[in-house]
Design a binder for this molecule. Structure first.
Ligand code: SF4
Length: 446
């Protein structure tokens, strides 16, 4: 038997999907009567919602939890949740004998049951089902942000890229019923949220596993656009193979759909893409981008890129640089390859030396920085619509454009949650600086 916790601390690692899972778990614990605290030393329950996508992310969290076992005088309950829980399962109890429970990504509904079991039995408890439980109560999510919110629309991934653990840690694709999504978005609108981001490992697959719903991803966007009060709808991530003309038309037509598509190419060489099992060639990818730019001329594109994938040559890496320069991505997450246990690529020789990977990464980052800086320079003097999110540390208002550009400007705190027309006059690295163009007018986007 263990003491029932009264307070909890939670730390989230990794992607937006993990952030949303944390919000749902926080909601469940608060419903149970626990109080969230932000100082881990005073919490009765510590939870680590982990990420497995990179080796470094795993090592960081293992080190962090390991230290707690050695140094912490106060005995708290400790739970490990998220992708690392799925990837490592009960081996975590061997490596971190002081933890009390391991909860996989498909079992977050079971958090309170697992906690009860730990308290009553005093034993370590694990739940890591390979299938997602469809009875997850998304509406319980407790969000800190009051302006924009994540909304899950599909979980899991069926693509099996050779370097990626997600299909093993999050299971196969399961779409969420459109009526449930509409209900959540209506509630968010009623609570004053102005922007939602639809989340899924591959949002473009939405609805394909449930043909009887007659609601593919572009249909869902049309349905959500009808909800009053939500001015901006974003989505991520899009697998290039699944983006359709219908989706592109929806982005062009719908006032709420933001003209920003995260469209990860991963590598610029068709041979490397084949080895990654990305199921498109560079040529097909570029065709899709051309079609997207024709249908949505002002679209901004984001990407993820892995450099130094096994067998990648210098010439093939140069193709990545060339594609990057051609597309001029406005948002990029760039990584040096690291092998992940349990993936097909882990069986191959990691034959690009670390110093070569790092050198390629720095070259690509330099290209990205230059493009960002040129784009921001070109934007100076223009007016952009900014959804005001919060005050920054300097007391200025901070928000984003429809294409995810950060903007800061002077204004009153009461403007948080409103749309403002901002004239840009300078920039500071990735952040644009401007001033309100029509101070007396609080613009609404629609
Ligand atoms: S599409 Fe590929 S990289 Fe993305 S989650 Fe699925 S397997 Fe991983």
């Amino acid at each position: 038997m263990k003491n029932s916790p009264e307070t909890f601390f939670v730390r989230t690692y990794g992607c937006q999907m993990n952030e949303l899972d944390t919000e749902i778990m926080v909601g469940q614990l608060e419903k149970r009567g626990l109080k969230r605290v932000y100082d881990e030393d005073t919490a009765d329950l510590l939870m680590f919602n982990t990420c497995s996508i990179r080796d470094l992310a795993e090592r960081k969290v293992m080190g962090k939890i390991g230290k707690i076992g050695v140094h912490r005088k106060r005995r708290s309950l400790i739970g490990v949740t998220g992708c690392m829980a799925m990837a490592k399962k009960d081996s975590l109890f061997k490596k971190l004998p002081h933890i009390d429970f391991v909860l996989g990504t498909n079992n977050i509904t079971d958090l309170n049951t697992v906690l009860d079991e730990v308290i009553e039995s005093g034993n370590q408890v694990i739940r890591t089902d390979s299938q997602f439980e469809e009875n997850l109560d998304y509406l319980v999510a407790k969000r800190d942000d009051k302006v924009k919110a994540y909304v899950s629309i599909i979980r899991g991934c069926d693509k099996f890229c050779t370097y990626c653990v997600v299909p093993y840690t999050r299971g196969q694709e399961v779409s969420r019923p459109p009526e449930d999504i509409e209900e959540e978005v209506r509630r968010l609108a009623a609570e004053g949220y102005r922007e939602i981001t639809l989340l899924g490992q591959n949002v473009n697959s939405y609805g394909k596993d449930q043909p009887q719903w007659n609601c593919l991803f572009h249909d869902l966007l049309y349905r959500l656009d009808k909800i009053e009060g939500i001015d901006r709808v974003r989505f991520m991530t899009s697998h290039p193979i699944d983006i359709t003309r219908e989706l592109m038309v929806a982005i062009a037509e719908l006032p709420s759909a933001c003209e920003m598509v995260h469209f990860p190419i991963q590598a610029g060489s068709s041979r490397v893409l084949k080895k990654m099992h990305r199921i498109y060639t560079k040529e097909l990818y570029l065709e899709k981008v051309a079609m997207l730019k024709e249908i949505v001329p002002n679209v901004a594109l984001g990407t993820d890129i892995i450099v130094g994938f096994p067998t990648e040559t210098e010439e093939e890496f140069q193709e990545t640089i060339d594609v990057f320069k051609e597309i001029r991505y406005s948002l990029a997450f760039l990584f040096a390859y690291s092998a992940r246990k349990g993936t097909p690529a882990n069986r191959w020789k990691d034959d690009v030396p670390e110093e070569v990977k790092n050198e390629r990464l720095h070259r690509l980052m330099a290209v990205y920085d230059e493009i960002c800086s040129q784009d921001r320079q070109e934007m100076l003097g223009s007016e952009v619509e900014v959804l005001v999110e919060r005050l920054n540390k300097q007391g200025q208002l901070k928000g984003r454009t429809r294409c995810w550009k950060n903007v800061i400007f002077d204004g009153d705190e009461s403007m948080i949650g409103t749309m403002q027309n901002v004239k840009l006059h300078s920039f500071n690295h990735q952040t644009l600086v401007g001033s309100i163009h029509e101070p007396s007018q609080l613009l609404t986007a629609r």
